[in-house]
Design a protein around this ligand. Structure first.
Ligand code: ATP
Length: 713
């Protein structure tokens, strides 16, 4: 058992927790709760600050009420007058959804009316929505259709300390939007350029050719935009400087104290230490649920298995422990399970990735276990590889994690490292923009009309090499012209699809190769994690199951076979037993075939969503039937940057980076080793492995991607 030292580092002011009876109606309880939040004491002052400052930075402790309360104060303070919307961005969809639900409840309105949310593929808002929670990525996409974000009177960028690439780009964009909007539309319509533009647009509108954006621009009066940047652990200075010395205010006080505990010694195996700590809390501490932060699905599933294996060894009275996982690739209805109360007498243990790190309040959580590790994607511009690596969290992340306790009553946070290690952690996380492939961002900026990427006013400039490499990739995919402008129609179509540029390209090419029906399935299946699972004790059986789907042409076609087989089974089952029973039967079918039913369900959802997208764009959804040649050629025509050639020793050379790679053992082509392949991703463990691989003909590369391969013949 890791021995823990308690620290009084929590300087939290304990405020009246109330000992009211549970019989008080829920609404009254919520009202009482709202009044007790630290932010409530400064409501009036905050409203004045927002009125007096166009940009305001708010820093306040976790749980003080920023995310849920400030939008309501602004609404009541008249900031939605004239129909303006208060938009609040979150780095993660689970936060946007759950906070919106909570705020709708606090306001006593149905979700989707006054209070709503919008995340990729899920919009729960209406024309009456005035408080809208959304992901930062979604607001960026909205800017494509409404470049001045005219429907918003206030935009709050929440959890800005996370510095996601979307938050960083959004801040740059908002800076320009705010400037333009404060100059006002009267200005726009009065200067000569705008007058000329206006009459041109009027003519177009009369001819019925005006787009929505243009209609909007024509004669629309722009009102000023208020911008608020918020976090619990924000380096206010960098944001303040970026916005020309913007005002920063601090909201003091925390709702409940959180007792911090550290180990005496560093832990050699944090998984084992987490497992022991879960049982230590369960057996020795009072009631309250446990939230454990892990780095990914694999770790979560392994701890879930270990807890479940050990439970039967406990005395019967201690076996009521319910393990619930939450990670990004889990379908959203499964994610929502963590927010449901445990059955009476049970304690919940939530195993989460950093998806549950910021903004969310998970009811019942009293104990947080933080091993101090996180998985991050990095980007090596010279090779184009984006390896996922496990690193120590920053101080900001550690604070956010501990902040998930102490939201409904006093809490405890178990950091599985010594206290002095905490002080050695980096203050904040390296901004994602400095460690990611920028092709998606560049595509979006270009679609917004921002052509000079290097000259864009970034909060922190990305690496030049990363910009150049990403532009090169977009150029080779045909999204950019020789002048680095968005190409028509391919570049514009790619920007409209909410997918990685290579996947978008694959869908666009597939419509020309008459295999879009199949490519939609392949892209949906590639977008989810681990379709197959192979339990150690049933390795042989799972291999046999996989063989029944496997295609000698490779993994993409194998994934297609799985999807088609599952659809066929589902449709037949639905005819016989109805929809609900068919869903249940499908889960059973998945289990028998060693397929991860959660991942398959997620792929089905993504499939129907992207199908809608391509149909709206007017792409032809036709099928190549049983002839898989067009699909493989289409994969070559879109994944050509991920092509590799077999070497005499059986390894492969990736053609665009020159890296030596091997086919991952999970691939159906692992033993077959065809001459030439394309792959979906390159992962670096002890070796460079390529995953999701398809056999192609080397000559197709020169034919289908001459911009890349013609000269190499
Ligand atoms: N879904 C919920 N269920 C129950 N209580 C909630 C819920 N959401 C919020 N609360 C309560 O409201 C308080 C304030 O939450 P809010 O998210 O506004 O704080 P915050 O200051 O934005 O915190 P953070 O910086 O961690 O996001 C929480 O501490 C919790 O007590």
């Amino acid at each position: 058992m890791p021995s823990m030292a308690s620290s009084n580092s929590s300087d939290a002011a304990k405020i009246n927790q109330g000992t009211k009876s549970d019989f008080i109606p829920r609404r009254q309880k919520i009202e009482q709760h709202r009044k007790n939040l630290p932010i409530a004491a400064v409501e009036k002052r905050l409203l004045e600050e927002v009125s007096n400052n166009d940009v305001l930075i708010i820093v306040g402790e976790t749980g003080s009420g920023k995310t849920t309360q400030l939008p309501q104060y602004l609404f009541n303070g008249g900031f939605c007058r004239n129909g303006g919307i208060i938009g609040i961005t979150q780095p993660r969809r689970v936060a946007a959804v759950t906070v919106a639900k909570r705020v709708a409840e606090e306001c006593g309105v149905p979700l989707g009316q006054k209070v709503g949310y919008a995340v990729r593929f899920d919009d729960v808002t209406s024309s009456s929505t005035r408080i809208k929670y959304m992901t930062d990525g979604l607001l960026l996409r909205e800017a494509l259709l409404d470049p001045y974000l005219t429907k918003y009177s206030v935009i709050i960028v929440d959890e800005a300390h996370e510095r996601t690439v979307h938050t960083d780009v959004l801040l740059g964009l908002l800076k320009t939007v705010q400037k333009t909007r404060s100059q006002g539309a009267s200005d726009m319509l009065n200067n000569d350029h705008s007058k000329a533009e206006n009459s041109m647009l009027l003519a177009k509108e009369n001819d019925g050719q005006c787009t929505n954006v243009e209609k909007h621009r024509r004669g629309k009066k722009l009102s000023p935009l208020k911008l608020i940047i918020m976090s619990a652990s924000l380096d206010a200075k960098i944001f303040s400087e970026y916005f020309g010395g913007a005002r920063a205010v601090h909201v003091q006080g925390r709702q409940y104290p959180v007792d911090m505990l550290y180990t005496y010694q560093p832990e050699t195996d944090y998984i084992d230490a987490a497992l022991i700590t879960i049982f230590q809390i369960h057996l020795e501490e009072g009631p309250g649920d446990i939230l454990v932060f892990l780095t990914g699905q694999e770790e979560i599933e392994s701890i879930q298995r270990l807890v479940q294996e050990r439970l039967p060894k406990l005395p019967e009275s201690k076996r009521k422990l319910l393990v619930i996982p939450i990670f990004a690739s889990l379908p959203s209805e499964k994610q929502m399970k963590v927010f449901m109360p445990a059955p009476i007498g049970f304690r919940k243990v939530i195993l989460a990735t950093n998806i549950a790190e910021t903004s969310v309040t998970i009811p019942g959580i009293k104990y947080v276990v933080d091993p101090g590790m996180v998985k991050v994607r990095t980007y090596d511009a010279s090779t184009g590889i984006e390896p996922l690596i496990i690193v120590k969290t920053s101080k900001a992340q550690a604070l956010q994690r501990s902040g998930r306790a102490g939201r409904e009553g006093p809490g405890k946070c178990y950091r599985l490292y010594p206290e002095n290690e905490f002080y050695k952690l980096k203050d904040s996380t390296t901004p994602e923009i400095k460690r990611c492939n920028l092709s998606n961002v560049i595509l979006q900026l270009k679609a917004l009309g921002i052509d000079d990427i290097v000259g864009f006013d970034f909060l922190e400039e990305p690496d030049r090499m990363a910009i150049i490499k990403s532009m090169e990739l977009l150029f080779l995919l045909g999204a950019l012209t020789d002048e680095s402008k968005l190409s028509d129609p391919v570049g514009h179509q790619m920007a409209r699809l909410p997918l990685d540029p290579i996947y978008s390209k694959a869908l666009i090419v597939a419509s020309q190769f008459n295999c879009l029906e199949e490519m939609l399935i392949v892209v949906a299946m590639l977008s989810v994690e681990s379709i197959f699972y192979a339990p150690r004790e049933k390795l042989e059986e799972s291999r046999t199951a996989l063989r029944s789907f496997s295609s000698p042409e490779g993994d993409h076609l194998t994934l297609l076979n799985v999807y088609r087989a599952s659809e066929e089974f589902f449709e037949k089952s639905k005819l016989v037993s109805g929809n609900e029973k068919a869903e249940k039967n499908l889960r059973k079918w998945c289990k028998e075939n060693f397929i991860n039913s959660r991942s398959l369900k997620h792929a089905r959802d993504i499939h129907s969503q992207i199908r809608k997208n391509v149909e709206q764009m007017g792409l032809r959804v036709t099928s190549c039937g049983d002839d898989m040649l067009p699909l493989r050629r289409c994969l070559a025509a879109s994944f050509f940057l991920n092509a590799a050639l077999k070497q005499p020793d059986g390894t492969y050379r990736a053609l665009s980076s020159g890296l030596m790679v091997q086919i991952h053992p999970s691939s159906v082509l692992f033993r077959m080793k065809p001459e030439c392949i394309i792959f979906d991703e390159l992962v670096r463990t002890n070796q460079n492995y390529v995953r999701n691989v398809t056999r192609i003909d080397f000559l197709w590369l020169a034919e289908l991607a001459p911009q890349c391969y013609a000269l190499q013949e």
